[in-house]
Design a binder for this molecule. Sequence first.
Ligand SMILES: NC(=O)c1ccc[n+]([C@@H]2O[C@H](COP(=O)([O-])OP(=O)(O)OC[C@H]3O[C@@H](n4cnc5c(N)ncnc54)[C@H](OP(=O)(O)O)[C@@H]3O)[C@@H](O)[C@H]2O)c1
Length: 323
Amino acid sequence: MRAITQESYGSADVLHLGNVAVPEPKANEVLVQVGAAGVDRGVWHMMTGLPYLGRLAFGLRKPRNPVPGMDLAGTVSAVGSAVTRFALGDQVYGSGRSTYAEYAVAPEARLALKPAGLSFAQAAAVPVSAVTALQGLGKTGRVQAGQKVLVIGASGGVGSYAVRLAKAFGAEVTGVCSTGKMDFVRSLGADEVIDYTAEDFADGTRHWDLILDIAGNPSIARLRSALTPKGTAVITGGEAGGRLTGGMNRQLGAVALSPFVPQRLTMFIGAVRSAELEDLTGLIEAGSITPPLERTFPLDQAREALDWLASGKVRGKVALTVG
Ligand SMILES: NC(=O)c1ccc[n+]([C@@H]2O[C@H](COP(=O)([O-])OP(=O)(O)OC[C@H]3O[C@@H](n4cnc5c(N)ncnc54)[C@H](OP(=O)(O)O)[C@@H]3O)[C@@H](O)[C@H]2O)c1
């Protein structure tokens, strides 16, 4: 089958179109004929091998897994012997491995039926970004209707879902982004948009009950100055901190400080599971959120897709069409 392969870490030039064997699903796995695959920062981290800390999971000298990709949407073409929830021909979406290929396997526990009315590309733009936004606001951030929520990095993959989900939960939402993306963040439903090139969200004049800090790497002190006295900051992502540990420095620093201050400073590592995907399916089918898919690229343009993501020009999400 056709697949994107990667034999070393580096820029998008390490990605090549090649031929590999169709994978065999294990007992608890599903083989999916991939209709589309998601493009996100996690794939970029695995492509570049940065931060180095991540190589403990991805492979020390080169990727342990030569075919990249995690998010997918497609049609079930085989099921493992222990799979009970899916059958041949079901259209599914979720998180698998090596999804930049015509076929990929995914654990049953990380899949759900594709929301009605979504294309494969729209569905493939959902899993990791929307689940991260959902977990950051919900289980970790404990958002309440009527709260003031600040989303830093509101124009990106996770942030664009966070704005929509926070609105769906009844919050009053402020998004932080660059000048050229303010209209996009407004279109997502943000009540207010702060252009970080012109205004400082942490100037001490405004305070939020919940901050979802996804990009921009503000210091913990700046986050605290923008929180209400008992507010919560969820440090979700960020690309500063150097090649060794990346954004983990700020996340661990926040957790260490939290017990000693009145505000709650926390972090989490999101995980795509069927339960969260089914919650998202409900919200999508009810019309509360729509995938903010900006652009698709065919499989053989995976390099261009990853370059487009890394360029910082993306508004929302990008997907690869495979079928
Ligand atoms: N905790 C988890 O489980 C988890 C899961 C998924 C992702 N993440 C992490 O979350 C981060 C974002 O992921 P993503 O997929 O949303 O990335 P993305 O799609 O590349 O979006 C990043 C956004 O950050 C914005 N940005 C850059 N500098 C900023 C600043 N100073 N202030 C505010 N926004 C700024 C950029 O938009 P502008 O052009 O508007 O600046 C861009 O749209 C990454 O570090 C990723 O590794 C964590």
